[in-house]
Design a protein around this ligand. Structure first.
Ligand SMILES: Nc1nc2[nH]cc(C(=O)O)c2c(=O)[nH]1
Ligand code: SF4
Ligand SMILES: [Mg+2]
Length: 243
């Protein structure tokens, strides 16, 4: 069994969490428009996609991981209390696919915003966001997965959802790329679905891979007047796990 979506059956007010970090050991948002900004991370378990190049398979690949061993149920209240002592303004909610649990994210996000935080979601762009999440203080870093990333685009490209994110005015589109051919594919998707602003991030989990892929992509990204991001946490920390 892989890629199991968990939604309606979870007890109200609880989230299935894979890991959380950035309070006890501080870190930065490593990717996208807030790259370099101090950030706290809540990584939710479960995904509706099964990308071959996924670097967080512990959130969904039940052929390799046991869900009970790689996730815990945590209440909204406990997560808010965990964040509270930190001076860091930005809370990043990632996964997996965090919007699979959006019913229980609404109260979490509301309380974080009430306490003066800003929230960014890292989402794969296949799940329609609830109107209650489309509010000031929330941004969506929408990362549609390409066939070259090992995902069937018939599943990963959902035009109605991409258009809703684009229309929200609260989204950026952050594509992972490893070749100039990927940049051409991104351009087709961007034109077809009216996606903006566009960010491109090199694929890679080592400094060497990210550096060499950045060199491969940079001219093609710059010539389209798109944004380029790195994966700062990979370069910044000797052990980027939990950072
Ligand atoms: N520092 C840091 N920044 C990140 N931005 C997006 C992340 C993710 O795994 O979604 C991530 C992450 O895992 N660590
Ligand atoms: S959408 Fe993201 S979390 Fe889900 S399988 Fe693909 S890379 Fe992994
Ligand atoms: Mg990551």
């Amino acid at each position: 069994m892989t890629g199991t979506a968990a939604t309606a059956r979870e007890p109200l007010g609880q989230l299935i969490v894979a890991e959380r970090f950035g309070v006890e050991v501080p870190t930065f948002q490593g990717e996208g428009p807030s790259c370099g900004h101090p950030a706290i991370f809540i990584r939710l378990s479960r995904c509706n996609l099964t990308c071959e190049s996924c670097d967080t398979k512990e959130t969904w690949d039940w052929s390799r991981f046991k869900p009970q061993e790689v996730s815990t149920r945590e209440s909204v209240q406990d997560l808010v209390a965990w964040v509270r002592p930190s001076p860091v303004e930005l809370v990043v909610i990632t996964g997996g696919e965090p919007l699979l649990q959006q019913r229980n994210l609404v109260p979490l996000v509301r309380r974080l915003l009430d306490e003066g935080r800003r929230v960014e979601f890292e989402t794969n762009g296949t799940v329609m966001p609830a109107p209650a999440l489309l509010v000031d203080g929330v941004r969506f870093n929408v990362s549609p997965k390409l066939a070259s990333f090992g995902m069937d685009e018939a599943k990963s490209i959902v035009p109605s959802v991409l258009r809703a994110f684009a229309a929200s005015g609260r989204s950026v589109f952050k594509f992972v790329a490893s070749s100039v051919a990927d940049i051409d594919r991104i351009a087709e998707l961007v034109d077809r679905h009216g996606l903006a602003p566009v960010w491109v991030m090199p694929e890679g989990t080592t400094v060497e891979a990210i550096t060499s892929t950045t060199r491969v992509l940079a001219d093609a990204v710059a010539s389209r007047h798109w944004h380029l991001t790195t994966r700062l946490h990979v370069a910044a920390f000797a052990d980027p796990k939990g950072r």
